[in-house]
Design a protein around this ligand. Structure first.
Ligand SMILES: [Zn+2]
Length: 66
């Protein structure tokens, strides 16, 4: 744990599975795959993910999502 600023509880940092960039939820660019929701930094990354999600995450949703 780095910092624990209790400013906004709903602010969650997740990793864009396509480019690896850290993005902050809630985001506009989202996609659901294998019952998991993923967030992206841009529509471009989202489109890439939607085109072939299995290239970025395991179909069982085992990819780290924190
Ligand atoms: Zn991205």
């Amino acid at each position: 744990m780095l910092r624990n600023a209790p400013a906004r509880d709903r602010e969650v940092i997740v990793t864009d599975p396509v480019c690896g960039m850290e993005v902050e939820e809630p985001l506009t660019f989202r996609a659901t795959f294998a019952a998991h929701e993923y967030s992206f930094c841009s529509e471009e990354c989202r489109a890439q993910f939607v085109a072939s999600p299995e290239e970025y995450v395991a179909p069982d949703g085992s990819a780290p999502r924190r």
